[in-house]
Design a protein around this ligand. Sequence first.
Ligand SMILES: C[S@@+](CC[C@H](N)C(=O)[O-])C[C@H]1O[C@@H](n2cnc3c(N)ncnc32)[C@H](O)[C@@H]1O
Length: 393
Amino acid sequence: MRIHRTLAEGCAGILREVFDQGRVLDRILEQVFRANPKWGKRDRGFIAETVFEVTRWRRALAFVAGSETLQALCAAQWNRAGLEVPEWWVWEGYRIPEMTAREELLGSEPRAIHESIPDWLDQRASEELGEEWDPQLTALNRRAPVFLRVNRLRLTPTEAIGWLLENGVESALVHGVPDALVLPDGRSLPKGLAGEGLVEIQDAGSQTIAPLLDVEPGMRVVDACAGAGGKTLHLAALMQGRGEIVAMDVSAAKLSELRRRAARAGTRIIRTETWREDTLKRYAGWADRVLIDAPCSGLGTLRRQPDLKWRLSEGALEKTRRLQRRLLDHYPGLLRPGGKFVYATCSVLPSENEGQIELLRERDGRFAVEEIRKTSPAGSGWDGFFAARLAVP
Ligand SMILES: C[S@@+](CC[C@H](N)C(=O)[O-])C[C@H]1O[C@@H](n2cnc3c(N)ncnc32)[C@H](O)[C@@H]1O
């Protein structure tokens, strides 16, 4: 494939926003594609692959190219992908044979360079995870397949496989995750199919969280950090459309998206509540189950969001941990006596996971841990999730 100037410049423009302005890669990519409707499937594929791989391998590519400029990073990525770097994309001192030779030297560089991660983050994860960090990091740098969750309110997984196939999409069941399907590597779900409400895009690791809450039809459930409702919709399906779910979040925009998805999925048991000063008081002692899907570093999802690692900082991580502690202090108060809650994150860092549960139990010894589930790209092959179910006396 020949690289066209508009596409190359498009890549650089997106990367500038990610690296210089800390913008979210996924979102800019979507905006840029919307603004350029004439770009075909191949053009979009080229841009998406370039910007994701340059973001993932930023430090390694900088070493290979001997420069941190976006021009150099893109050239090193295209060279890696076997594409011919156009002559007009040159900078002073640029030599492709030199880059190819430096690829050979990359493996002898420190891990933070060849695995492309900020030094502070490599050090922190290594301190927390010890020897486990090395294979986790390698796995977090791979590309992830697309997983779907079948909406059991509308069809069974076998029916979903048939429906997808009729629409030209192959899929397979996922061992150990009853509602999950996986698409072949590199395949994505066509937009039209995503809008039908029959399946939702949701990583298999993420699909292990809602079942841990042990819900039953007819229960009262609070999803305290519901966001756009990935897990709320799963809970509604597990409750077979019977009972009440209150989906809370501080973001009204996310809850509005949740309502749209809930309507599409055909569930009527979800009510949304944008967080207010009196929320905790109004729902105190109301729920049989509470899910606290807490804001976190997101380190378990680096395969899909490689830009996260360049935005994170030690300070931001500490702020997130403080918020997690606050959520754990407040939301269990919504449970009736004998109720249960699940605390979950999409991080692989123990200080956001087991560490928070231990601290909570030191602050309040009434909570008993019933079960812990963990997934990770190096272990299960799914995104990195942590979830603990605790019972309240
Ligand atoms: C990990 S995300 C939730 C993802 C969502 N549960 C899903 O499955 O798609 C964490 C959410 O917590 C919300 N949040 C942040 N602070 C909060 C608070 N004090 N109370 C409730 N939600 C909060 C964020 O807006 C964000 O949507």
